[in-house]
Each structure stands twice: as C-alpha cells, then as structure tokens.
Design a protein around this ligand. Sequence first.
Ligand code: 5GP
Length: 202
Amino acid sequence: MNQRKPLLIIVSSPSGAGKTTLCKKLLAEFSDIRFSISHTTRPPRPNEVNGKDYMFTDKETFDQMVDDEQFVEWAHVHGNRYGTSHGEIRAAAASGVDLIFDVDYQGAKQIKNNYPDAIGVFILPPSIDELKLRLNARGTETPKSLETRFKAALGEIAHFDEFDYLLVNDDVNHAYDRLRAILLSERIKKFRCAHHAKRLLE
Ligand code: 5GP
C-alpha cells in the first residue's frame, strides 16, 4: 500500500503562459494525480464541461458556499469568483492521490496558509511579446477582456516570489520535462516517504 503523504501541487501563471496545457499533460501521464475542480461564477467557454473543467455556479450559490465556509480558498479573478472547496481536498486525501490546483496567486497563498506542505509552481511566459501573442491566439476573449487579462498578467507576475518553483514555458515539451521533474522529486522528499525507511528498521 502506498502510504506516501499526498502531494498538493499548485500551478499558477498569468493567462496565456500555457498552464492549462502543462496540467493536462501531467494528468494524462499520471493516473494517480487528480485535478482539483474549482467552483466559478464565470460562464463556461465553448468546450468546457461542467463538473470536469469547473463547477459552474451562480453567484447566489457561490456566496452561500462562502457563508457556509465550504471553501479552502476563494478569490475574485478578472471580475468573477473562483474557489477551491474543502471537499476536493478531502476526496483526494481519501483516495490517496496527489492533487493539482490551477489557481491564481491569491488562491495559492491561501492554500499554502492552510496546507504548508503544498508546493507552488509558477509558470512564466518567455517574454511579454510571446504572452501577448498567446493571449490573442486563444480567440475566446473580447478586446476589453484581453486588455484586462494583459494588465492582470503583469500584476500576477509580480507575485513570483511567493512560489517554490519558477518555470519558464519557452517550449511546451521542455517545460513539461521540468514540471515532471518537480513532481517526481517532490514525491520522494524525506517527509513524504520516511515511512518506508522506518518500516525497514522495525
Ligand atoms: P480562467 O477563467 O481562464 O479559467 O481562469 C482565470 C484565473 O482563475 C486563472 O488564473 C486560474 O488559475 C484562476 N482560478 C481558477 N480556479 C481558481 C480557484 O479555485 N481559486 C482561485 N483563487 N483562482 C482560480
């Protein structure tokens, strides 16, 4: 039986740095990692599935969940509310899988306050020009929301110091190799697998 302490891995980045692609690659390769499905008041984009990408929630329900203290963390991001429920973390812990969070820097800070062993990975675009290009390429944003997201990206990058790892996404395969290396190394940190050595000594 795997008694290693589950890993909580927070992946944050400004919009357009390629975080979603990298998280999806990790989830496709490792069956023992689960994606933490956030609640949001943002409307779904085309191809987004309720209960898979997000729990799409109306504002009243979200506020009720805040009042009922159902969130580990929640924040306003780009004019909408996003939150991680305690239920997500409990469910992952119960099934012994690692959990990956795609949250902004505010969420990352709150998760780390509640779970100091959680690790934070911040993904950076290689340059401002490349960030602008990637934001445009998404094609689902209006010019106004694009401008909002660009300004927010700079504000988000200013929080790089709150993370444990900085990953420049210059090339998706190269960046993925390094994200994978972070996961594999963190999994064998002494405090997460000391039980094995202790069992040998018993
Ligand atoms: P998007 O609307 O593009 O899916 O996400 C916008 C931003 O909200 C991203 O930076 C994403 O990481 C962040 N986000 C998604 N879910 C959560 C959450 O549960 N909590 C917080 N704090 N941020 C979130």
